[in-house]
Design a binder for this molecule. Sequence first.
Ligand code: NAD
Length: 260
Amino acid sequence: SLRTRNAVVTGSTSGIGLACARALAREGANVMLNGFGPAEQIEQARAAIEGEFGVRALHSPADMTDPEAIAGLIAQAEEALGSVDILVNNAGVQFVSPVEEFPVDKWNQIIAINLSAAFHAMRAAVPGMKRRGWGRIISTASAHSLVASPYKSAYVAAKHGLVGLTKTVALEVAAHGVTANCISPGYVWTPLVERQIPDTMKARNMTEQQVINDVLLAAQPTKQFVKVEEVAAMAVFLCSDAAAQITGANLSMDGGWTAA
Ligand code: NAD
């Protein structure tokens, strides 16, 4: 049980982050949500966690491009909940373009949110974890932390970097009861992915099944999406006592993508 633990999950107003926050709360952890979206929707998700799981749930709109705001998010969680025992570095964005046309501001934004934000959050959260002698750091990387795809230079660079950063921190905190690992999903079924399907069907004159198999899941041998609940279950496992010796690992959950 995670009943005495407090968790910060960045980018948890939707998708994988929200599923991780809910799964940690189901195990009894208090959670600090973070991310953007319509205020009523965020409040509904926050209140649902408190109502369903009997834990405390807070939300911070801290912008993951802003180092001071990230330090503030950790400080706010420590102040309001008493500690940050679990940190899930999950916020992430994507932009697709050939490298020679890649907008410089998009490069900077992706490096900031997908890579540097994890540095700033770990930098702020590690001292408390070391002091208490227990901590779990989980970074949502990607199959793109292991292999590349064309036109995703910033995303692939950031995710490769996130793995290197998380491995380094794992070594630094290993003797303090703190683990740091990456989970690397392939294509995950999120509202973001679901919304692309009708447009792609029209653009390529394909059926829904053709879009899923031949476009979205072309690289994923199981021909099935990863579910957000499956990623969340891995995060919960990494927080368990049984996972105390898993550290510095990059755990793939990609339907075989990176085995090929
Ligand atoms: P999503 O778009 O559903 O969620 C992204 C979250 O990040 C949202 O809560 C959003 O508000 C938040 N966010 C975006 N910019 C932010 C900022 N500047 N400051 C704070 N929060 C911000 O996406 P998702 O699919 O759930 O992705 C979550 C993570 O999983 C990302 O790191 C992504 O790279 C990774 N991932 C996703 C997939 C996939 O197929 N969906 C696959 C592999 C890895």
